[in-house]
Design a protein around this ligand. Structure first.
Ligand SMILES: Cc1cc2nc3c(=O)[nH]c(=O)nc-3n(C[C@H](O)[C@H](O)[C@H](O)COP(=O)(O)OP(=O)(O)OC[C@H]3O[C@@H](n4cnc5c(N)ncnc54)[C@H](O)[C@@H]3O)c2cc1C
Length: 383
């Protein structure tokens, strides 16, 4: 087993570190969180320096890399408390694979400017974990397509010119794999109404209820084939889980680094708090969790790069990393004491942000469902 990074990966990560050190002001992430601003300036810097289109096909100006390299970049950026674009790239990849030439051009032009190209409209009030319950419809009338429905938790809906909107053919009574379509819905059309949701963390993103009332779009706004939207969306799902896990790992590493530094500095009872064994115990278990997370993320990426199925391992990885990263952040808050509970302290922001990873991208319980079913299937197959 070779845990060494390749020379190219080492070079890539060192230039990434240099880029972050040079361009990311110390208080950038805190300010974006406080002022509810997206990281667009830094995304532009990433794009201009070749990191923004990482993972996208070369024919679209991207840099094709393996999954291991992609997760190393996501981990590194998160560990440096810098914005990562890697998850956005995977979503764009869906459009580049299934979209029309016109749609590809629109999306690429926006990404290359470091802009948010589209939001994701999957969740609805009655359809959270249960995608089967999606009820937004697309109806044809007088040469137009009319979208009606209610999307919820739509991240950055106000900052994105488009929404990747999922609709369901309710009349067909077919399962999601055969009845969900994907549309590139322009957000400036009459009938689109937004209402903000106010979140606990991730202040740099905005989140909205989106009401779609007879929104007229064109036939050409369909992405890929009709009723194949769900299958298209599944293309990158497992890789997205590893990427999410890598971001959790990086953020947890950042919390750990801050906590170790503070434990060596903060003096109580005339000693650094790091000299108390109860604090050392916390640091030790935090380190074990980081090692476990890293091993799972890297192995899963290796499996993907070597053509092995990651259906089980990507779910286990997302579940474990989302939970463990939050536990590491929570211990970091404890080590910081009162300061850890203030908004000035980085670990408090990461603690708030990390909590959501156990909810979006498939909740803990949904990962257990996927993993549980796969464990039983694999065992039955082996018998
Ligand atoms: C900050 C944030 C950003 C988001 N961004 C987007 C976005 O951009 N686009 C988008 O489409 N969605 C987005 N979401 C929505 C997210 O995908 C959903 O919140 C998630 O899928 C869970 O759905 P739900 O909130 O309706 O919870 P529910 O599905 O109602 O679940 C509630 C609880 O029940 C559990 N549960 C549900 N079903 C089962 C089961 N079968 N067995 C056991 N337990 C179960 C869940 O695990 C959870 O604990 C976002 C959410 C958040 C919080």
């Amino acid at each position: 087993m070779d845990f060494n990074k390749t020379e190219e990966q080492e070079l890539l990560l060192s230039s990434l570190r240099e880029l972050v050190n040079r361009h990311l002001p110390d208080d950038y992430m805190r300010k974006c969180d406080e002022e509810h601003r997206e990281h667009s300036e830094f995304y532009k810097i990433l794009v201009d320096n070749g990191f923004g289109l990482l993972g996208l096909p070369e024919k679209y100006g991207g840099t094709e890399v393996d999954t291991t390299t992609l997760i190393l970049v996501a981990e590194e950026l998160a560990a440096l408390d810098a914005p990562t674009m890697c998850d956005k790239m995977l979503q764009a990849d869906d459009i580049l694979e299934f979209g029309s030439e016109e749609q590809k051009k629109i999306i690429l032009d926006l990404i290359k400017q470091g802009k948010q190209a589209f939001s994701i409209g999957i969740s609805e009030p009655q359809a959270g974990s249960d995608n089967n319950a999606i009820a937004t419809t697309a109806t044809r009338r007088n040469g137009k397509v009319y979208i009606n429905g209610h999307k919820t938790f739509c991240t950055n809906a106000d900052r994105s010119p488009y929404m990747l909107c999922l609709t369901r053919d309710l009349e067909s009574n077919k399962p999601p794999a055969q009845s969900i379509s994907m549309w590139l819905l322009p957000m400036d059309r009459p009938g689109v109404r937004l209402e903000p949701l106010h979140k606990l963390g991730m202040g740099y993103t905005s989140t909205f209820e989106v009401y779609l009332d007879d929104v007229a779009i064109e036939e050409k706004d369909l992405i890929g084939k009709e009723n194949m939207g769900w299958l298209n969306l599944m293309k990158n799902l497992e890789t997205e889980r590893i990427l999410t896990a890598a971001q959790c790992l990086g953020a947890a590493q950042c919390c750990f680094n801050d906590a170790v530094k503070y434990a060596n500095q903060r003096v109580q009872f005339e000693k650094t708090i790091g000299s108390f064994q109860l604090i050392q115990e916390k640091l030790t278990y935090m380190k074990i969790k980081l090692e476990n997370m890293r091993n799972m993320v890297y192995k899963c990426a290796w499996e993907k790069d070597n053509g092995q199925s990651i259906k089980l391992s990507s779910s286990l990885c997302k579940l474990y990393c989302a939970q463990s990263a939050f536990e590491v952040a929570d211990d970091a808050v404890q080590i910081f004491g009162g300061i850890g509970y203030t908004l000035d302290c980085r670990v408090s922001r990461l603690w708030r942000d990390l909590r959501v990873y156990r909810i979006f991208g498939g909740t803990d319980q949904i990962q257990i469902h996927v993993a549980g079913r796969e464990i039983l299937r694999q065992a039955a197959k082996a018998m």
